[in-house]
Write a protein that binds this ligand. Structure first.
Ligand SMILES: Nc1nc2c(ncn2[C@@H]2O[C@H](COP(=O)(O)OP(=O)(O)OP(=O)(O)O)[C@@H](O)[C@H]2O)c(=O)[nH]1
Ligand SMILES: [Mg+2]
Length: 219
């Protein structure tokens, strides 16, 4: 006789329990944590580095960098003066709560207000794993194309804010903003969006203000 074993459900619920524990660790340290997700090259690291500048003197920020194999992004964060910890997923296409819990003791949480987690560049896997952060933010970027909400709905449904990066490229790349926004609105009505350029700095103030407000409300 065969028996059905709900392994996937068990793995996910074990992950969720650990995600709740991570959240408690952040809350005890009075730190707000943001999970940044995006496709490879959308500009997550560039946004984080610009955010550090934009928040100067307003919030104390740290970073957890998720990467398949390298420490390239962590090295950039450390060079910019950010407390940063590296998680190498060993080929996994997303971070999970176990990985995050292993990284937390390496950050000086008591000395921080905000921790930004850069998830692995991917528009599919990270959406399925809670890690214990207070908010999920998706970074879309202009060169990826305006059809991405329609093609990757899971990612667009599960976020509390959307950054539209690389707006400096709008004059050069075909991108119908109305079509893009309609797709977002169907999946996540009223989602707060921040069109910006991590390259030029345009639009960074509204994004930084949202982070400051988020930290005020959660603390
Ligand atoms: N034109 C333009 N280029 C940008 C902008 N933001 C990032 N870039 C460029 O896009 C490329 C990828 O940026 P990253 O910040 O490394 O992107 P990422 O999402 O962290 O990439 P992975 O960690 O590899 O997934 C780099 O060449 C950046 O210089 C922007 O606003 N405008
Ligand atoms: Mg990066």
């Amino acid at each position: 006789m065969t028996q059905r074993v709900p392994i996937v459900e068990n793995i996910l619920s074990a992950n969720d329990r650990l995600a709740d524990r991570n959240r408690e660790v952040f809350d005890q340290a009075q730190v707000v944590a943001i999970n940044i997700m995006a496709s490879p090259g959308a500009g997550k690291t560039s946004l984080i580095l610009r955010t550090l500048e934009a928040l100067h003197g307003r919030l104390r920020m740290g970073v957890i960098e998720g990467d398949l194999a390298t420490s390239i992004d962590t090295d950039k964060a450390l060079a910019a003066g950010l407390p940063a910890v590296q998680i190498n997923t060993g080929g996994e296409c997303h971070l999970d709560a176990v990985m995050l819990s292993g990284a937390l003791p390496s950050l000086p949480l008591e000395a921080l207000d905000l921790v930004i987690v850069e998830n692995v560049g991917n528009l599919v896997c990270p959406a399925n794993f809670k890690i214990g952060t207070h908010a999920n933010v998706l970074v879309a970027s202009i060169p990826e194309g305006d059809d991405k909400p329609y093609k990757y709905p899971g990612m667009y449904r599960g976020v509390q804010a959307l950054v539209i990066n690389k707006i400096d490229l709008l004059p050069y790349v075909p991108f119908n903003m109305d079509y893009f926004r309609q797709g977002v609105e169907i999946l996540n009505p009223g989602l707060v969006t921040f069109p910006l350029s991590a390259k030029t700095g345009e639009g960074m103030t509204a994004w930084a203000d949202w982070l400051v407000e988020r930290v005020k409300t959660e603390k």
